[in-house]
Write a protein that binds this ligand. Structure first.
Ligand SMILES: [Zn+2]
Length: 209
């Protein structure tokens, strides 16, 4: 595998996510671990319209989130969540983040529950390690914050206690998901966005109690 393979995979995934409408208004950010140096990552630059996203919008950073190349570029404002996830999970090679109406509404509604239970739908099996739709899967929900360093510390404490899915929600903000490869992280994002939309529509369909 070429050093550039994960970068090309990431760019086509970003374009896919944008086409789905999951990265509006320059929001969302994405990264991959360097295949030859586990303490370096390529991450999307800040403020890029994802409709135009290409290789030139990825930059190399170190494990503290500092720019390596281009040295004068600005990484995503949420870089420290990515670096925390790579530090916590040595086998993770890709982190994806989406801003969607369904993940924003559900995480906002369940922020005081601090977790969201997924419906027992067949697509649960899109989550690594889940072999049946009968599984009880919860996604942790965190209060949104503009202090990303502090937020990353809080998230790390919770994730260290274990999770059922490689994902977390920020209330009224969006979804983070990660995987051993770009393809795996993408599969988790698609799975969860399908389940979030299903939950939302199921509730809209049910008559009020
Ligand atoms: Zn965000």
């Amino acid at each position: 595998m070429s050093v550039l393979t994960p970068l090309a995979e990431l760019v086509s995934t970003v374009q896919f996510l944008h086409q789905k409408g999951w990265a509006p208004a320059t929001s969302s950010n994405y990264s991959v671990r360097h295949p030859l140096d586990p303490n370096q990552y390529w991450i999307s630059m800040s403020g890029i319209d994802k409709a135009q996203f290409g290789l030139q919008h990825l930059m190399l950073i170190d494990a503290t989130g500092r720019a390596i190349a281009p040295a004068d570029a600005w990484p995503s404002a949420e870089t420290l969540l990515h670096t925390m996830l790579y530090r916590l999970y040595p086998d993770v090679h890709c982190v994806l983040h989406t801003h969607t109406i369904f993940n924003s509404v559900l995480s906002y509604e369940h922020q005081y529950d601090r977790r969201l239970r997924l419906p027992k739908f067949e697509l649960l099996k899109g989550i690594p390690g889940v072999g049946t739709h009968e599984a009880e899967i919860y996604i942790p929900v965190f209060a949104n914050s503009q202090d990303i360093a502090q937020l990353a510390d809080k998230v790390e404490v919770v994730l260290k206690q274990g999770t059922e899915a490689p994902a977390l929600l920020l209330a009224g903000h969006g979804l983070y998901s990660w995987g051993a490869s770009v393809a795996e992280a993408k599969r988790v994002i698609e799975t969860l966005e399908f389940l979030f939309e299903s939950m939302y529509r199921l509730k809209a369909y049910m008559p009020p109690e």
